[in-house]
Design a protein around this ligand. Structure first.
Ligand code: SF4
Ligand code: SF4
Length: 164
């Protein structure tokens, strides 16, 4: 089964909100654990499932946006690691193809964390991967698709199934 959903819990996130998007890989024996429930209820984290493909007794993958205080997010991630979930920041999969980029600057208007910004001295559009959260906004707006996110072969079957 393929799930493509946005699931917001209603819990309000109070102070020092920390937002990150992660690419998670679940081993077989965690596929039926109440992981999302635990993140929300036990770690006081707001979650937003951007994409997921998880079935009982099978390895699963998920793109998950996590919001919460930095300490709660840290504890939540530690919990995921403890149960064997492989965690990778989605931002690590974002790159810019400098051969395609023609420095139009459109992406700088949508990047919420200034990972894409204009250097005033020479008006160059720069990309700082360390600031990137992996939100995908720049991928949608770039007219020449210079911003890329590699999700790897894991997602090819999902995309194929989604388009049917
Ligand atoms: S929108 Fe695309 S082409 Fe324009 S500056 Fe950004 S990455 Fe380069
Ligand atoms: S994915 Fe693009 S818009 Fe989103 S934070 Fe990264 S550089 Fe900025």
């Amino acid at each position: 089964m393929v799930i493509i959903a946005k699931t917001n819990n209603r819990k309000s996130v109070r102070d020092n909100v920390y937002t990150r998007i992660y690419f998670l890989k679940f081993p077989k024996d965690t596929s039926d654990k109440p992981v999302i429930f635990s993140l929300i209820k036990e770690h006081d984290i707001e979650v937003n499932i951007l994409r997921a493909d998880i079935l009982p007794q099978r390895e699963g993958i998920m793109i998950l946006e996590i919001k919460g205080s930095k300490s709660n997010v840290k504890k939540g991630l530690a919990y995921l690691e403890e149960i064997g979930v492989n965690i990778e920041r989605l931002a690590a999969r974002v790159r810019r193809d400098d051969d395609k980029c023609f420095q139009c600057g459109a992406c700088t208007g949508v990047c919420p964390v200034d990972a894409l910004y204009i250097r005033r001295e020479d008006m160059a559009v720069l990309f700082d991967p360390d600031k990137c959260t992996g939100c995908s906004q720049c991928l949608l707006i770039c007219p020449v698709r210079a911003m890329e996110m590699s999700l790897g072969k894991e997602w090819m079957s999902i995309d194929a199934a989604s388009s049917k």
